[in-house]
Design a protein around this ligand. Structure first.
Ligand SMILES: [Zn+2]
Ligand SMILES: [Zn+2]
Length: 359
């Protein structure tokens, strides 16, 4: 891999990266515009995802600038030089910032879409591996040390496939969102592939065996794929509010409580305004906290409709029922599942226990 001696063969790639950075900066502007528009609607899920994506784009820009500085100006693409400072520090900074963006996305998706179902374990894994990579001491000139750091960095970025898995799940549960989720799915894959395929392992053999022209054609193709990937992801991100609505429809159709996101087995209550469902303990808790629908912010207590066929009884305030259901709910409840493997279609194990404290 270290056999090549033509760093100038990659000047074309340098200019492609300049274009990519410019496109990412434009994406920042587009997302900021849509965040401003979304803020008026006060949709927590949509906004949280958009902010996370904004953070990720900033991280992508910063890390790409670090990599370009390291690759083209500090090492001239000579693999033997990466272990020397300042190239090593700049390279590590780029890798850490790149992981930070992935971590922000995973936190957002796990917290607001999956209701912390995975306890953000993939984000924490990425954080731990990134810290290990950043802290690992590299002796100048040691190819072995650099390989260790590069391997840790690679593992730190694997959790991005968690996002791919989540979008696959969306495709499965929301057939109406197929175009949106497929575009996000393909977009993420294209950006990952586009980054991977510009690595030494691919570009150096092409340069050595086929020459500059073939390499330039190859790089144009790969970087274009990456740009198409970003465009597809942005298309999905600016339509995130549709994902939120589809999720709500899915919850309603599966009798899933909007608050704790587990299956409702007994009586359910439906918001008269936006038609989301509540289990009895969660409704009691919400009524006591702020008496506003979790989703649409309309008054809940007298507007909710029991949907098991029984007439709606006069609801006593939750505080008078002897229990303290409020404590079970802060921050979105206990999560979709407690050790059931994470499928929201599976029943919520704690529901039997919590029904006891309902009115
Ligand atoms: Zn509502
Ligand atoms: Zn509930």
């Amino acid at each position: 891999m270290a056999s090549w001696s033509l760093p100038e063969g990659f000047y074309f790639l340098f200019w492609l990266y300049v274009v990519v950075i410019a496109i990412k900066v434009s994406i920042l502007a587009v997302i900021a515009f849509f965040i401003k528009r979304e803020q008026e609607k006060e949709e927590k899920v949509t906004l949280a995802l958009m902010y996370a994506f904004l953070v990720d784009i900033v991280c992508l820009i910063v890390s790409r600038i670090c990599y370009v500085a390291g690759d083209f100006f500090l090492t001239g693409y000579d693999i033997g030089l990466y272990s020397y400072n300042p190239a090593m520090v700049v390279w590590k900074l780029g890798a850490t910032v790149l992981s930070a963006g992935i971590v922000a996305l995973i936190f957002a998706v796990d917290r607001v879409v999956l209701n912390n179902k995975f306890k953000s374990v993939f984000a924490y894994a990425a954080i731990v591996l990134s810290i290990l990579a950043a802290a690992y001491p590299v002796s100048p000139g040691s190819a072995g040390d650099f390989t260790v750091v590069a391997t840790l960095v690679m593992f730190a970025q694997i959790p991005i496939f968690f996002l791919v898995a989540v979008f696959s799940w969306f495709i499965a549960i929301c057939p109406g969102l197929k175009r949106l989720t497929v575009s996000a799915f393909i977009g993420i894959l294209f950006t990952i592939l586009g980054t991977m395929l510009t690595a030494f392992g691919f570009t150096t053999p092409i340069l050595n065996n086929f020459g500059q022209v073939v390499l330039n054609v190859y790089l144009t193709f790969v970087v274009s794929m990456k740009i198409v990937g970003y465009v597809l992801v942005v298309y999905s991100v600016v339509n995130f509010s549709r994902i939120n609505k589809a999720l709500l429809d899915y919850y309603t159709s599966k009798r899933i409580c909007i608050v704790h996101r587990g299956r409702i087995k007994g009586r359910a209550f439906m918001c008269a305004n936006c038609h989301v469902l509540y289990c009895m303990p969660c409704k009691a808790a919400i009524v006591e906290i702020e008496n506003k629908c979790w989703n649409c912010k309309q008054e809940l207590e007298h507007a909710a409709v029991a949907i098991d066929g029984a007439p709606l009884e006069a609801e006593k305030p939750a505080g008078t029922s002897g229990g303290t259901p409020v404590s079970a709910v802060p921050g979105g409840g206990p999560g979709i599942v407690e050790g059931t493997g994470g499928d929201p279609e599976k029943e919520y194990k704690g529901i039997g226990k919590r029904r006891d404290i309902g009115p």
